[in-house]
Design a protein around this ligand. Structure first.
Ligand code: ATP
Length: 269
């Protein structure tokens, strides 16, 4: 059997390598599928361009997202294999802080995988996990993939859905159903990023703990204050700002290599 890699602490890509190791481990346990590793690779490329740090714009999007979840009547967090693997504990913590349900939703659906993800979430303290087996009896209209299947008491009746990793088709379909969609996507150009109500352009491994921290800080704020946070947020402006971090970061890297004084810190903390 293949053993996991020992990653030296001082390796410049230590965190990124640790995440890869975790995903491979989850692949062996049947939580993640091969295609999930490829999707992660696309995310990694954008994270590299962002400087592998949470930008001030992502923090703004996180605040608005938490405000939206706290204001919601029926918030739901949608969990796929990669999300369960990388952030099960924070999903459960966030759900409890904002009073959200947790639903398993998979593109490559199998009962065994649903159960493995449900078990992982329960190990981290989740009570009911929606969307498993026959519970996912409702369909999102106009969607053909397995991701169309949702739980009547979960995503189907939600007003706000947090989809930490999503595909564009389903984001668009959920928005057409009148739901507010919060996406976490490192690619500010994806259809998901463009069609979500709020997009957090950040790695889920950094964004989810920050969402938990923000929920702790905001949960007792008056509704007026939360509404004000939402009103002052523009997803289009926020996405453009994230894109400019990438653009200026790339220019900076290029200038540095040419011997100039470029910097990739713009918009970053
Ligand atoms: P779309 O259908 O929205 O245009 P896509 O086809 O590029 O997007 P998928 O292949 O469904 O997207 O999913 C991969 C997406 O998930 C990529 O956009 C990638 O940036 C994002 N992603 C992958 N891993 C992470 C992660 N750890 N954190 C945040 N985003 C991630």
């Amino acid at each position: 059997m293949q053993r996991s890699l020992r990653i030296p602490e001082n390796h410049p890509r230590a965190e990124s390598l640790r995440i890869r190791e975790r995903l491979v481990e989850c692949l062996r346990k049947g939580i993640v599928v091969e295609q999930g590793l490829i999707a992660h690779g696309r995310g990694e490329a954008f994270d590299y361009l962002l400087g592998e740090r949470t930008t001030t714009y992502a923090r703004e999007a996180i605040r608005a997202s938490v405000a939206m979840m706290l204001l919601a009547d029926h918030p739901v967090i949608s969990v796929n294999g990669n999300v369960a693997c990388l952030c099960a504990e924070d999903v459960v913590r966030l759900a409890s802080l904002v009073n959200a349900k947790i639903e398993v939703n998979l593109f490559y659906r199998s009962y065994e995988r649903e159960k493995a993800i449900e078990m992982l979430l329960k190990e981290h303290g989740a009570n009911t996990v929606y969307g498993v087996g026959d519970r996912a009896s409702m369909s999102i209209p106009e969607l053909m993939s397995e991701r169309r299947r949702v739980d009547r008491d979960g995503i189907y009746s939600a007003d706000v859905v947090l989809v930490p990793l999503e595909d564009g088709d389903r984001t668009e379909a959920l928005v057409r159903m009148g739901k507010k969609v919060i996406a976490v996507d490192l690619n500010p150009l994806s259809r998901t990023a463009r069609s979500a109500t709020i997009t957090i352009v950040d790695n889920i491994t950094r964004a989810m703990p920050l969402m938990v921290e923000t929920a702790r800080a905001l949960r007792h704020e008056p509704r007026d204050r939360l509404n004000e946070m939402l009103r002052s947020f523009s997803n289009t402006r926020n996405l453009e700002a994230s894109l400019s971090v990438i653009r200026l970061g790339v220019d900076g890297m290029y200038v540095e290599r040419e011997g100039g004084g470029g910097s990739r810190q713009i918009g970053s903390e």
